[in-house]
Ligand binder design. Structure first.
Ligand SMILES: Cc1cc2nc3c(=O)[nH]c(=O)nc-3n(C[C@H](O)[C@H](O)[C@H](O)COP(=O)(O)OP(=O)(O)OC[C@H]3O[C@@H](n4cnc5c(N)ncnc54)[C@H](O)[C@@H]3O)c2cc1C
Length: 559
């Protein structure tokens, strides 16, 4: 591994540039390096961060042939990419064996008997536990990539892809956050491993601040399509207050509800029981419906009441799988709520994007030289994502994308890199914003955008709410050109706000356009003006693409 920053500022040429260094990015980088490619990894954060690091650490594996395939396809409500699910199920065991060879240790592994548990929607006990949650996985991957000759650009944000619109891609234009300048990094293949877009919904998300949907916009601008962008997974149980903790994961319903949990409205009236048997989308949709109809709690939420569980004898077999909520619940609400003596205020939080860049199973997008993996890529999970399967997805398809990117780079060796854009153009735009004496701040515009996205997409969608949100997002996009950015060079968070906003706007638009097109309720996509699934939309994905600078939505038949 090259020393951090060794190549900063140089006009470098790589075979493969990987954007993002969570699990998918590192898996891609290792796979490409194993193929002999010269690899750069460019990430806004240190290597091994992203949502991978804060994951609960449940990783699905295959224990009985076809079971995982069946469960994932079933949960995808007709939209899961069956070919990709097949590959994932077939390669799960070997992927995990390779991870162990790279240094990962699972709970129970030292005894040779990794413990497998079950999450909602899985028909078998097949979830392996990473000790210390996702941080141990991220740490193992960080350690593994260090043994390869990979150039690392940490705290560097990719702002544009270089190349002619429609391809081929010829590298990236990136902003070095530490030194405050733009870099041209040339590469024959680029892998988008930028994660999802939970932060577009802030504060109603459990995602990290860096997960702003950049990869979706980068792909659109390069000419690649996105699929299933309306399919956004909510986790039903998140913390509601204090505001600083809003959106933080409170626990999996299948584990923390126990046998007798009850969902209640703000006045304490019973709404629903059997919570431990509900899937994430089923329970989230029920909570959103209750929040819409009211009455709600002081903080606009509903109540999870665990008190009936406590009436059972402590040794009751019914309580065998009952787990406490996450430690964050104790921190936010105190010990009485944590132990179930008092009901807990909860609401759904944005957790995962099932949609993303349209690719084949090797991660090839519709644009030559552009690949995608992990949460940046769409189609695998369809309309819902089972617990533990995201971490398997990023490892399996990160590897595929890295391998295919290296093979592509080999095939175009010697071709002159083509580019219509360089670092200078972006430097000029930022310079103009820095020389402005008056103007709005990008941070304020971001907050407006996030509020619009939440109003349009948080919970049940409708034509009216969606259109209003879309026009607010476009209006924010229009005002962005006149923003003012402070002069500071190093760690200029104001500049970062603007550069990210520039990518957040098209991603938000893509989500809203896909939601408008799918005028039915399917999986995680719930519409209160079309509450049933529509058979006319069976077997079709929404596809968003950019033509002449404008985004459009269309249907794509599922292969
Ligand atoms: C709280 C939480 C708990 C979870 N628990 C589980 C679990 O137990 N099991 C499971 O299977 N899944 C879980 N998930 C989902 C899973 O963690 C993610 O889907 C997965 O880690 C995504 O990996 P990734 O590599 O695609 O993206 P990430 O790990 O999010 O990494 C993306 C990286 O790209 C970087 N980046 C983004 N844009 C740019 C840019 N423009 N330039 C440079 N770098 C950029 C970011 O800084 C980030 O480091 C959880 C998610 C959350 C939020």
């Amino acid at each position: 591994m090259a020393a951090r920053g060794a190549a900063r500022g140089a006009a470098d040429f790589f075979d493969v540039a990987v954007i993002g260094a969570g699990g998918a990015g590192i898996a891609a980088a290792i796979a490409a390096a194993r193929e002999g490619a010269r690899v750069a990894v460019i990430s806004k954060e240190p290597i091994g961060y992203g949502n991978t690091r804060i994951a609960g650490g449940g990783l699905a594996t295959e224990n009985v042939p076809d079971d995982l395939f069946d469960d994932v396809v079933h949960s995808g409500a007709g939209l899961a990419d069956r070919q990709a699910v097949r590959v994932m199920a077939d390669e799960a065991a070997e992927t995990i064996a390779d991870l162990v060879r790279l240094g990962m240790v699972f709970v129970g592994e030292p005894t040779g008997k990794p413990h497998g548990y079950r999450l909602g929607g899985h028909s078998k006990d097949r979830i392996l536990s990473c000790p210390n949650s996702g941080s141990s996985l991220a740490q193992a991957l960080r350690g593994a990539v260090a043994s390869f000759d990979v150039e690392l650009f940490e705290e560097v944000m990719v702002c544009e892809l270089a190349g002619r619109p429609g391809g081929p891609v010829s590298g990236v234009i990136a902003y070095d956050m530490i030194e405050g300048r733009f870099l041209d990094i040339r590469a024959s293949s680029v892998v988008l491993a930028t994660g999802g877009a939970g932060w577009l919904f802030h504060p109603n998300t459990d995602n990290l601040k860096t997960v702003t949907g950049d990869g979706y916009s980068l792909a659109l601008r390069a000419g690649a399509g996105l699929v299933d962008m309306e399919q956004i997974q909510f986790l039903p149980l998140s913390i509601v207050y204090p505001r600083s903790m809003r959106g933080v994961f409170a626990g999996e319903p299948s584990r923390v509800s126990g046998p007798r949990a009850v969902l209640r409205d703000g006045d304490g009236a019973k709404l629903l029981d059997g919570l431990d048997r509900r899937t994430r989308d089923e329970l989230s949709n029920a909570v959103f419906a209750a929040m819409r109809e009211g009455p709600v709690t002081e903080h606009g939420a509903v109540l999870l009441d665990l008190r009936e569980n406590r009436k059972l004898p402590a040794d009751s077999p019914e309580l065998a799988g009952w787990k406490r909520p996450t430690g964050a619940v104790r921190q936010a609400y105190g010990r009485d709520v944590f132990f179930g003596h008092q009901p807990m205020e909860i609401m759904p939080t944005v957790h995962h994007l099932m949609g993303g860049v349209a690719t084949d199973v090797e991660g090839r997008s519709e644009v030559a030289g552009l690949f995608a993996a992990g949460e940046a890529r769409g189609g695998l999970h369809g309309a819902n994502r089972l617990g533990g399967v995201a971490l398997l997805d990023i490892l399996v398809f990160g590897r595929h994308a890295g391998q295919a990117a290296a093979v592509h780079a080999q095939s175009v060796k010697g071709a002159a890199p083509a580019s219509n854009i360089g670092a200078e153009a972006l430097a000029e735009t930022l310079g103009a914003a820095q020389s402005r004496e008056k103007g709005e701040r990008a941070g304020d515009l971001r907050r407006e955008l996030m509020d619009a996205v939440w109003q349009g997409m948080g919970g049940a969608r409708s034509d009216a709410r969606g259109r209003k949100a879309l026009s607010r997002v476009r209006e924010v996009g229009g005002r962005m050109a006149d923003c003012r950015v402070v002069q500071k060079k190093s760690w200029n968070l104001d500049a970062l706000d603007l550069l990210e906003l520039n990518l957040m706007v098209p991603s938000a638009e893509a989500i809203l356009l896909a939601s408008e097109l799918r005028r039915e309720t399917r999986g995680a996509h719930m519409r209160d003006d079309a509450p049933e699934a529509d058979s006319a939309m069976e077997g079709k994905r929404t596809r968003i693409a950019m033509t002449g600078g404008a985004l459009g939505a269309e249907w794509q038949a599922i292969r």
